[in-house]
Design a binder for this molecule. Structure first.
Ligand code: NDP
Length: 770
């Protein structure tokens, strides 16, 4: 072929990468791999066959770790943890830095092994997976170094169990291990059954880098090994994978005291407005949905295209799809590699072929025999069609149209997920208006799939909770150094039920800014320690919770400015201060103590404090190594419910309320059951303020009856369990219904933790330059 012809046709040949380096590494280990525990490999067994999905050939045999082997790995991590923490941040930084250097040195081996094991194109493993994994270790070496000065009030959690999927094997390992080690934790990591190979090389590098024995442990196996790790004696589980397994893990850890972060599935919208640069948007889409064969949790798998340009866009997209090359993942001129396993291929086929909606277009490009699937576009779908809602986790793009920006936002958010979103427009005003409205942990403007160790990644809704990367990612691997005292539940005082006066003094619930009778109509008598009747408090039930959450969801508090939130909180504080004596007397009467005045003063102070924070708990612009601004915006977590502590009936009510309102959340407060009258008095203060209807609701009654319903409520994003372990367990047992965050509070003066609990980072990426 002449050079002239090549310029005319733009055809190019194959460019295969040499695989021998990876095969030799396996052969050197006798073709069998086992767990890495206490700084050494255990003898491997041929329990599971690890195969190259592109050819079906067996690469190695792998041990399926038993429960005992998992426990042994956890024991080793437990034994190593105190010394690793004691070693200090700078010493840990040296080790993380050494690991990064070694990974860089062995980058080719890692890239070839990743493509052999997973089927992803070598261009991607070489240029994206491995460099990003290395960057993660460099970045977190810095966090370890800075921990003593920048995070002096935080300590390690202890032993972290980490479970990762098969789509980005080494990258997910890096996202999990680097921050955990930096903060002084030790880890037991379980790679996916399909793709353990780069984790095995990493283990080898740990020994070379001087990682102390027991600090990093890797257990191999399948879902049963993962389940054994969840049950083991670990302090935290960090999981990335499907929402269904995430839900099982949330159930399994309920009541265990283990901290939990979940990075789950998605069905991320890719929105193209009619003024977008179409060619760029199409190239972006190639990355959004055909990168890694679409097996990406944040894949832009749902195209929302402005009606006016839809036909032209789809036609140009099909032309581009036809040019994608599918084949040998180790060929450097391949765009789309192999699907990870025949089981995954079958799932993709079943989902696509099981739907008759829309028109399906498969790319007109040769597809090799075996575990390959052509790039596919399904147009003309309704937003509610199954394929528009369900994660396909393959190279399949589904598409629908919209007419207005408001409709685009509505369709984009019409999903149970909230991981990522992409939008394309040449109008920066439109982009910056739409980005905050999208329910997603990450938003890319005129770009897609941008990642960096300095920028947080993670979801909301059923895409999970917690962030990986950046300062925010460190929260998930550390805790406040000041331990939180376990709240004790107090038994209500009893007395004679005779009314002191003839007038009925039964208080009401406070829902949607109105005093509301409890749905059940019941109330309970509240007595002083000496048995004197102080009044009656209503008993709320499931339907009152429903009404309160409905009011929360309609209140619009999250949309008002921090400045205005501050003014309203200051005003509440002033009103409370003006009635300090009345509240102090009430508190003293209920508790039989004489600390009421002090408690009211503390409540006023905390209101002033969170009023002050309302316009100061800011996001950041992240320092990412590319021509892009990555904005870490602090967004409210959404509708919160709090089970308030019995310890300080007023302060325990006002603190979660003030922290939630300060950060833009609405809140339903379930008041202390033995001392509810401070709460029912407090709604008079709220009535006199400018708090909008539904932003704060107050329920009273036995918290044990309310807790399971809070856990199960699909409209609540978060429950703050501030009244002790038994009720936390009751909430956690139902929290997986909508992958709810459950938080157990922080010390009264640890304002940063309260503010963190009220917010989640949304990372908005905006590339710049021509
Ligand atoms: P899973 O969620 O099943 O697997 C993720 C990890 O969890 C793997 O290491 C897996 O082990 C392990 N695991 C499986 N069951 C349990 C359990 N009961 N307890 C603890 N750990 C467990 O994802 P799959 O790999 O099976 O993929 C299934 C679907 O999940 C995909 O089709 C896709 O839709 C979605 N997915 C989403 C990902 C994301 O990042 N959001 C990533 C991967 C998949 P093992 O693999 O060894 O069985």
């Amino acid at each position: 072929m002449s050079i002239e012809t090549i310029f005319d046709t733009m055809e190019y040949g194959t460019a295969p990468e040499d695989r021998s380096i990876a095969l030799q590494w396996i052969a050197d280990r006798g073709g069998l791999l086992g767990p890495y525990v206490n700084g050494a490999f255990c003898p491997g067994r041929d329990d599971l066959a690890i195969c190259n999905p592109a050819t079906g050939e067996k690469l190695a045999g792998l041990s399926l770790c038993t429960e005992d082997e998992v426990k042994e790995a956890v024991r080793s991590a437990r034994a190593a943890q105190p010394d690793w923490q004691e070693a200090g941040g700078p010493a840990r930084a040296r080790v993380l830095y050494a690991l990064a250097r070694l990974m860089q040195k062995h980058a080719r081996l890692l890239a070839v092994m990743e493509s052999l094991d997973n089927g992803k194109p070598i261009r991607e493993s070489r240029d994206i997976d491995i460099p990003l994994a290395i960057r993660h270790f460099y970045h977190h070496a810095g966090h370890a170094q800075l921990m003593p000065s920048a995070l002096s009030d935080r300590v390690a959690l202890g032993v972290c169990g980490q479970i990762i999927p098969w789509n980005f094997p080494l990258l997910m390992l890096a996202w999990k291990i680097a921050p955990a080690l930096a903060m002084g934790n030790t880890v037991v990591l379980k790679p996916a059954e399909y793709t353990p190979m780069t984790a095995m090389i990493f283990a080898d590098l740990c020994s070379q880098a001087g990682v102390p024995p027991g600090v990093v442990n890797i257990v191999t196996g399948d879902g049963s090994t993962g389940a054994a790790l969840v049950d083991a004696n670990v302090d935290k589980i960090a999981f990335t994978g499907s929402t269904s397994v995430g839900r099982q893990i949330q159930d399994a850890t309920a009541g265990s005291g283990k901290s939990l972060t979940l990075e789950l599935g998605g069905k991320s919208p890719y929105i193209v407005f009619d003024d977008a640069d179409i060619d760029s948007a199409i190239e972006g889409l190639v990355d959004a949905i055909w990168f890694n064969q679409g097996q990406v949790c944040c894949a832009g798998s749902r195209l929302l295209i402005h009606e006016a340009i839809a036909d032209d866009f789809h036609n140009r997209l099909k032309t581009r799809m036809d040019k994608l090359r599918i084949g040998d993942p180790l060929d450097k001129s391949i765009d789309v590699g192999a699907i990870v396993d025949p089981i995954q291929l079958r799932q993709i086929r079943e989902l696509v072929e099981g739907s008759t909606a829309g028109q399906t277009y498969h790319a007109q490009t040769p597809v090799p025999e075996g575990c390959f699937y052509p790039p596919t576009l399904i147009t003309g779908l309704h937003p509610a069609d199954r394929l528009m809602q369900e994660e396909i986790f393959g190279p399949v793009l589904v598409s629908t149209t919209f007419r207005t920006p408001a409709e685009a936002v509505e369709i984009a958010n019409n999903t149970k997920y909230g991981l990522a979103a992409t939008l394309w427009t040449e109008n920066i005003n439109l982009a910056l208006e739409i980005a905050p409205k999208l329910v997603a942990g990450v938003v890319w403007v005129n770009a897609t799939n941008l990642f960096d160790a300095a920028a947080g990644f993670g979801g909301t809704r059923e895409s999970g909770f917690g962030r990986e990367g950046g300062w925010e990612g460190l929260q998930a691997y550390s805790k406040p150094s000041k331990p939180l005292a376990e709240p004790t539940q107090i038994t209500a005082f009893t007395g004679q039920g005779a009314a002191a006066e003839d007038i009925d003094r039964t208080a009401k619930l406070f829902i949607g800014r109105k005093q509301a009778r409890p749905d059940g109509g019941y109330s309970q008598a509240i007595f002083s320690p000496k048995g004197k009747l102080l009044g009656h408090a209503p008993i709320a039930n499931r339907k009152d919770i429903r009404n309160a959450v409905q009011a929360q969801l309609a209140c619009g508090w999250g949309k008002i400015t921090g400045h205005l939130r501050a003014q309203i909180l200051y005003y509440i504080a002033e009103n409370l201060a003006a009635q300090a004596n009345r509240f102090a007397e009430r508190l003293d009467a209920m508790t039989g103590l004489s600390a009421g005045a002090e408690e009211v003063q503390a409540a006023v102070d905390i209101l002033f404090t969170y009023a002050a924070w309302a316009d100061k708990f800011e996001g950041q612009a992240k320092s990412v190594p590319m021509r892009a601004v990555a904005l870490a915006m602090r967004e409210p977590v959404g509708a919160i419910a709090a089970l308030c502590s019995d310890q300080n009936p007023l302060l325990g009510l006002v603190t979660p309320m003030a922290a939630a309102l300060s950060t833009g959340n609405s809140i339903t407060l379930c008041a202390s059951a033995p001392f509810p009258l401070a709460a029912t008095d407090f709604y008079h203060i709220l009535e006199a303020s400018d708090v909008p209807a539904g932003a704060v609701n107050i329920l009273t009654g036995p918290q044990a009856d309310l807790a399971p319903h809070l856990g199960a409520h699909m409209g609540l994003e978060t429950v703050w369990c501030l009244s002790g372990a038994p009720l936390t367990e009751a909430v956690q047992a139902r929290a997986s219904s909508n992958i709810k965050r459950v938080w157990q509070g922080a010390a009264q003066d640890d304002h940063a933790s309260w503010l963190e609990a009220g917010t989640e980072i949304k990372t908005i990426w905006i590339p710049y330059g021509e």
